[in-house]
Design a protein around this ligand. Sequence first.
Ligand code: MOS
Length: 733
Amino acid sequence: MKFDTPATGNAIDRLTIIGHPVDRIDGPLKTSGRAPYAYEHHAAVPNPAYGVILGAAIATGRIRSIDTAAAEAAPGVLAVITYENAGKIAQPKGPPLALLAGPRVSSYDQAVALVVAESFEEARAATRLIRIDYAREQGRYDLAAEKDAAVMPPSIFGGESDTAVGDFDAAFAAAPVRFDQQYSTPDHSHVMMEPHASLALWEGEALTLWTSSQMIAGARRAMAMLLGLDPQNVRILSPYIGGGFGAKLGVRADALLAAVGARAVGRPVKVALTRPQSINNTTHRPATLQRIRIGATADGRITAIGHEGWSGNLPGGSAEAAVQQTRYLYAGADRMTTTRLAVLDLPEGGAMRAPGEAPGMMALEIAMDEMAERLGLDPIAFRILNDTQVDPENPERPYSLRQLTRCFEEGAAAFGWDRRRAPGAVRDGRWLVGMGVAAAFRNNVPMKSAARVVLNRDGRVTVMTDMTDIGTGSYTIIAQTVAEAMGVPLDSVEVLLGDSRFPVSAGSGGQWGAHNATSGVFAACMKLREDVALKLGFNSAETVFEDGMVRAGNRHVPLAQAAAEGDLTVDDAIEYGDLDKRYQQSTFGAHFVEAAVDAATGEVRVRRMLAVCAAGRILNPKTARSQVIGAMVMGVGAALMEELVVDRRFGFFVNHDLAGYEVPVHADIPHQEVIFLDEVDPISSPMKAKGVGELGICGVGAAVANAIYNACGVRVRDYPITLDKLIGGLPAV
Ligand code: MOS
């Protein structure tokens, strides 16, 4: 199905199942422990050997020699794999960068060996017996020190590295009110629940890999490329995934070395990364330095806005696109953004939880709060004053739908924004209490997505697509889509996901999963309806599918009858035209936070949170709400706790476990509310839906920072906002 004109009325608009808060259909499997994760496919592969990875003890340098003799002789050991005996592995130039070190070591904890043994314990014990002589070199580990050497990256995810409209410098210099400030965000780790894990099985030249992957087709291409295989000989399976947050967009060392190890020992091998390895051995969200300049008229209209961002990565790695939202979010005739990338020899930087906008909004939305104060405006009024209904860099491009102002207005009313007072003015015992707000913004990404649907003689419909469910609810919303489109009850639908034998979907990432995957399924269902109508002798234009029946005029036939002589199987895909070129497609929201700061210690407690989201049709308010609530929690983590601490001498992340890398727990999170505006966006997709998951994180950190400022009058521009950054500025008691 080609989607190149805005959607008109269709079967989804009936909203008998779509738009309802349906429980997760995979819930019982998950809660009873019967959903197998990558390390757990005992039924499919009964007797695997165990692989344990040994990571490099240096960040930068060379392996002079590896002595594996003692490890090979250890009890239970079947093989020790290093670069010297691994066979040919292609070295990619871009991410993922080299997954097996040797002789070069490019980052700390990069895999240098895999021990394969009869048991996990034997493999782990033998890794301790490997002797490696390293020639350590001094690498570059400090973003601030490398900032001036940073260069324009070839491209960044989602667009250009630099943009300019008009003459920013002149407009900024001439602006009656000027603001110029710097911000920083630290390196972050995904810390999803399920670590990276893979189980590899070879049958001749054919590799089957159960792995925890957000993107099945990408994993298949990557494994084929790394091992020099025909992609037809690689099967990827990832039916259940315990979170990804971007860490599992690409394959990592567990996948590669499980395959290499299994080939070496002639037996299936499974490999999981430990929690410390998942922090230094894989990817992380790169730290950013940001500078924001805003010029405005005295009455608060932005005339000039500039955002510069710096991040670092290994050679060939990508830049963090922290300036992304500043190209779109607010009006202003003269504008500029730049993205600069420094070479750092830290572990590879990659996509994490709304890459670009998440750290970018953490800076921009503090800057907007600061500028509003300088102008003597309410921060919501300032933002509404500078709303735009067109892409400000390309004013001929309207937004497909932009209801940011409504998000602020409805949120202000629901949250009690009128009770906000001046900084430091509200006390509750020992607590200083304040409110903060920030916009939420994240782009909507249309992406081709295919599916197969099969109708059987019992009237049941099976849908197959290589889409993944990383904990988001894909199984459920895809089942709802089929049920709505085919007019069958939810329990007549079977959803099969996460297998590279199925048609290629958009996969899970960048909040593009839900609307694209369901649109692909919708396309296949519409084609199936045509086949059914043809089979049953209906004129398809008038045919209605509901209650398991096919009806037209006064004729009605059970849907199942169309498959009486055999299953009806169709494949189709959603393919987009240029609607995303003609219209800027984004999702919007407003985040409200009430925070309390201990007047003596600077301890911060978030007291209330509200997100108002405008993200097109909400396919399932329960799964969408869970997405946004989880994202808000991540925003609190980024605001107050999350920070990978860089050892600038030896080039690694020091706090590589869940004791040292802090994320919010239940006690840190107050009551949260989510309001979805009741909107449909017919320009986005036939489902009229857009992404929503990552919208929930973008802006939260700044809303927390702004609430802290309103509570105690201390402005922190370097995340995370820990009490040591507040205590010196607290008002005298
Ligand atoms: Mo997302 S960080 O693009 O999985």
